[in-house]
Design a protein around this ligand. Structure first.
Ligand SMILES: [Zn+2]
Length: 178
């Protein structure tokens, strides 16, 4: 068993890095890691940074800003996606690469899928995050549970009323699909 000399934890070798990043990709990841450190040091939030690249140009950056903005959704990836989409003037990240200093949490994973970039690179993984006190595994476990068994219970009501709006959307002729 290989141990991490700093904290004596067992080192984890994921299967995700079969193809090593090239020098350009490493430079973008270094930016993301630098953002994670500067955000942490300035008190903006946790040690997470993200860079979004399109056609060899950085179009969006972000670091975790939960503390600075009192926004629990201000994770690095969300901040960077908002920045990139604002700069692109579009709600999709077609042809973009996301470089994030840590494997995305379930919220950011969802946001990434909605934004539809072409690829995601990450440095720290889920286990590294859990060791640092950022364990998002419980959210994955919650997804499997029935509504009433969740830590935050979900209860359904007034479906008919809300569904009327969906019917209007289905019939709406001038809608933009996304
Ligand atoms: Zn996140």
């Amino acid at each position: 068993m290989v141990k991490n000399p700093v904290n004596n934890n067992e080192l984890y070798f994921g299967k995700h890095s079969e193809i090593p990043m090239n020098e350009e990709q490493k430079a973008y990841m270094k930016m993301a890691v630098d953002l994670s450190r500067s955000g942490m040091e300035s008190g903006k939030g946790g040690p997470f940074g993200c860079v979004i690249v399109k056609d060899g140009k950085v179009i969006g950056i972000g670091s975790n800003s939960v503390l600075e903005t009192n926004d629990p959704t201000a994770h690095a990836e969300i901040v960077a996606i908002r920045d990139a989409c604002r700069n692109l003037g579009h709600f999709q990240l077609d042809g973009c690469e996301v470089y994030t200093s840590c494997e995305p949490c379930p919220m950011c994973l969802g946001a990434i899928y909605w934004a539809r970039p072409s690829k995601v690179f990450f440095a720290n993984d889920k286990r590294d995050a859990a060791e640092a006190g950022f364990d998002d595994d419980f959210i994955y476990q919650e997804l499997e549970l029935p509504y009433e068994k969740r830590k935050i219970p979900f209860e359904q009501g007034m479906q008919d009323t809300a569904k009327e709006v969906f019917q209007e959307w289905i019939l709406k002729e001038d809608k933009t699909l996304y």
